[in-house]
Design a protein around this ligand. Structure first.
Ligand code: NAD
Ligand code: TYD
Length: 361
């Protein structure tokens, strides 16, 4: 039975990936999830699988080499899927250091421990071992408004935010391990994800939550920045396909073919909420465009991200399956069914975060 070590599996994409993998492979795989449980990590995301015999949770920091090495020593790990990171651009602008710590040093620890566990005396690696580093399209920088330009795997790195700079650094470390040691790895650079379990600091869940509660919908700058949105289950599938079918040492860009301005996203959410809420629901009264509030722009705000996922389609046959209209409905339906989840994650520290982040906006 193949054993996976997943880092950051209690976060948004990691927990969706773990659900996807158990749905696909059931008892044919074992997953060990190592997560520090920062504000973004939530074991409630994994409630329905936590009692499986083929699932183990280890609370640890990826920067803690002893703790990570112990996992490799006690288990014959076949696959590493490395999600753990600080992931929010606004937080990186306020406090960059923890991004360097987790995203750069933490990745170095993961690489070192996997190398130590998998390397043979002749410097080659045990058969079949693979490391997948999950990264972002933000490492490529920003595209002009002109919608004919795209990010490709060959696009030079040009990160701007502390978040994207730390992810770019971690990508370079993985590339260095592949080039120097022939360490068996892949990198995926994905566009913006949305879907169940996303923490409401990111645009889509924040807008859904604020709209349902009749709170202002903060739009940075002119609202015309463009992101390419991908439904998170499609991302989970891409990661699995790259690890199984991709060529080792290659980078694959993963994108949604779904570029939208932020203001368009907000309008779609408002319309979809109106459509999905039952007649007579009091929230229908306050969900309207009057909630939209233009606020001070994000510092260094990247204008446009867009991926052409041609390589992954040509080589592996992956493409984004979920149309945005369908994905946003699934996402909103999930939030309707998980009101307690939202209440829990927005109580306590979240209130303070929100006040600090939006006080001057
Ligand atoms: P998230 O913030 O929801 O989850 C991150 C998880 O990592 C949390 O469970 C957190 O507890 C854990 N973690 C943080 N620091 C840790 C540490 N030092 N040790 C162990 N665990 C730690 O993030 P996400 O949105 O799920 O993103 C996952 C990965 O995907 C990240 O590497 C991110 O850069 C990348 N990515 C995200 C997106 C997106 O749209 N969210 C797009 C492309 C790539
Ligand atoms: P976000 O979800 O933080 O993802 P990223 O910055 O990694 O792309 O933001 C998506 C876009 O939405 C980005 O252009 C910033 C914008 N945005 C707002 O306009 N208002 C908000 O409250 C947030 C969180 C984001």
């Amino acid at each position: 039975m193949r054993t996976y070590l997943v880092t950051g599996g209690a976060g948004f994409i990691g927990s969706n990936y773990i659900h996807y993998m158990f749905k696909k492979y059931d008892n044919d795989i074992r997953i060990i999830n190592v997560d520090k449980l920062t504000y973004a990590g939530n074991l409630e995301n994994l409630k329905d699988i936590e009692n499986r015999d083929n699932y183990t949770f280890v609370r640890a920091d990826i920067c803690d080499k002893e703790a990570i090495m112990k996992i490799f020593e006690e288990n014959d790990i076949d696959r590493v899927v490395h999600f753990a990171a600080e992931s929010h651009v606004d937080r990186s602008i306020k406090n960059p250091e923890v991004f360097v710590q987790t995203n750069v040093l933490g990745t170095a620890v993961m690489l070192n421990c996997a190398k130590a566990a998998w390397e043979l005396p002749d410097g080659t690696f045990k058969e079949g071992k693979k490391f997948l580093h999950v990264s972002t399209d933000e490492v490529y920088g920003s595209l002009p408004d002109d919608d004919s330009a795209f990010f490709y795997e060959t696009t030079p790195y040009d990160p701007h935010s502390p978040y994207s700079a730390s992810k770019a650094s971690s990508d370079f470390l993985v590339k260095a391990y592949m080039d120097t040691y022939k360490f068996p790895a892949n990198i995926t650079n994905c566009s913006n994800n949305y879907g169940p379990y996303q923490f409401p600091e990111k645009l889509i869940p924040l807008i859904i939550n604020n709209a349902l509660n009749g709170k202002k919908l903060p739009v940075y700058g002119d609202g015309k920045n463009v992101r390419d949105w991908l439904f998170v289950e499609d991302h989970a599938k891409a990661i699995d396909m790259v690890q199984e079918q991709g060529r080792l040492f290659e980078t694959y860009n993963v994108g949604g073919h779904n570029e939208k301005q932020n203001i368009e996203i907000i309008n779609i959410i408002l319309d979809t909420l109106q459509e999905m809420l039952p007649e007579g629901d009091p929230r229908k009264e306050h969900i309207n465009k009057d909630l939209i509030t233009y606020v001070e722009d994000r510092k260094g705000h990247d204008r446009r991200y867009a991926i052409a996922p041609d390589k992954i389609k040509a080589e592996i046959g992956w493409y984004p399956e979920t149309m945005f209209k369908e994905g946003i409905k699934k996402t909103i339906a999930w939030f309707f069914e998980h009101e307690d989840w939202m209440k829990n994650v927005t109580s306590g520290d979240y209130q303070k975060y929100y006040e600090d982040m939006y006080k001057n906006r």
